[in-house]
Unconditional design. Structure first.
Ligand code: ADP
Ligand code: MG
Length: 394
């Protein structure tokens, strides 16, 4: 497994982080942030920014692009460092360990708290795979000059955190949601293995029933997992089930809800009949027990479930995940075809955002004013008024 090299974190100075944060802020309205703008946002004396940028480049925290003008953008690593530093500052964890998973669009690492507790850090990499899909949605966001993987990954992380927290509070077997910053979610470590790695179960029929019951209970709470399969279900030595991976969940009121629900159910039944059927046949001398078991468990039908929509809305927004975030992210994650016209709400949105910016008390105001179509001047003003929080962040 790979190790995220965070050694450099220790050697980066306050100014390094200041400039890195300035690049992050600049990316709100530039895919490539002009060096000169970075300098103005960072506000270091005597051309200090340029020296720092060189150092950040050396550590691969930023990427230099001079094809159109002299500019920089954050790399994944640079964004990782900003999130990790914020979480370390908050005392969430103190060390980053080995990588334990490479998802389609995430990297998963062990992290350790000061007291030695091991947790899991999931870094979302939305756009790593589906960047083309994202690009094809460009017209949806045509009024914004810069949407990008930073925004999408951050949204995916926030969604995952909010759902994990809300589901946990409703008694669903999910990891404990510990904290979230930028594209990074910290959660408890599940003792166990993804179902895909499990070759044998003592009670496959019971496990299947538990899992099917989960899909039904989710729907009763108004939700569909949408990626409910052997990769996202963890099983421990006592055959207890934990579900993970929530960025793609949708509401039962989604127009394709029934299809997603049926697909989740189908995935599970298919996997169980294939995997555990085969192993039984061998062990039981040809007697096909699992086949019968699988058939005994009733396939839930979407229409017969009493669903409570909006049940989790309050909990979700308590974590800062809004309806609008949900609408936004659905467009990218499931590649939906619905094209919504959002241009009309432009001005309201800007006002909302500025409000957020003033009220923000988090460790970086930058992360609360995402995706603004601000003039550079306004961006500078925003930067100026959050200098205090940038300075406080060490
Ligand atoms: P992706 O969205 O990229 O599929 P997942 O959340 O499914 O990411 O995680 C990928 C893999 O990492 C999982 O299949 C599992 O092996 C491991 N993993 C994720 N979260 C945890 C956790 N809380 N505890 C233990 N292992 C985990
Ligand atoms: Mg997964």
């Amino acid at each position: 497994a790979m190790k995220l090299d965070v050694d450099a974190l220790r050697y980066l100075s306050k100014d390094d982080f200041r400039v890195l944060t300035a690049v992050e802020m600049g990316m709100r309205n530039h895919e490539i942030v002009p060096a000169e703008l970075v300098d103005r946002i960072a506000g270091l004396k005597h051309g200090g920014t340029y020296k720092v940028l060189k150092n950040l480049l050396k550590h691969k925290l930023v990427h230099h692009d001079s094809s159109k003008y002299d500019g920089f953008r954050l790399t994944y690593l640079g964004y990782d460092f900003l999130a990790i530093k914020a979480l370390v500052n908050r005392g969430v964890f103190a060390a980053v360990g080995r990588q334990i998973g490479v998802g389609k669009e995430s990297d998963i690492f062990e992290v350790a708290a000061e007291d030695g507790t091991i947790m899991v850090m999931k870094l979302h990499r939305l756009g790593r795979v589906s960047f083309r899909a994202v690009k094809s949605k460009r017209d949806y966001l045509k009024h914004r000059s810069s949407y990008n993987w930073l925004y999408l990954s951050r949204l995916a992380a926030l969604k995952e955190y909010a759902f994990m927290k809300a589901l946990g509070e409703h008694g669903f077997p999910v990891p404990d949601a510990v904290d979230c910053n930028r594209h990074c979610v910290v959660m408890s470590l599940v003792q166990g293995y993804p179902l895909v790695q499990v070759k044998q179960l003592q009670n496959p029929d019971e496990v299947l029933e538990t899992i099917v019951d989960l899909v039904v209970r989710l729907a009763e709470h108004g939700l569909i997992h949408c990626d409910f399969n052997e990769f996202n279900i963890m099983i421990d030595d006592n055959e207890q089930v934990t579900m993970i991976d929530f960025p793609q969940m949708v509401s039962v009121s989604h127009r394709n809800a029934k299809m997603y629900f049926d697909r989740d159910v189908e995935c599970i039944f298919k996997f169980f009949s294939k995997r555990f059927n085969l192993s039984y046949q061998e062990a039981e001398d040809g007697y096909d027990e699992t086949e019968t078991d699988v058939e005994e468990i009733e396939r839930p039908s979407f229409s017969s479930i009493a669903k409570t929509t909006g049940f989790l809305d309050k909990e979700l927004s308590a974590s800062g995940f809004t309806r609008k975030d949900q609408d936004d992210i659905e467009k990218f994650i499931e590649g939906g075809t619905e094209q919504k016209d959002t241009t009309s709400s432009d001005d309201d949105e800007l006002e909302d955002q500025e409000q957020t910016h003033i009220e923000a008390t988090d460790d970086s105001v930058a992360e609360n004013i995402d995706f603004l179509d601000l003039e550079d001047q306004k961006l500078e003003d925003a930067a100026a008024s959050c200098n205090v929080s940038i300075q406080n962040e060490d």
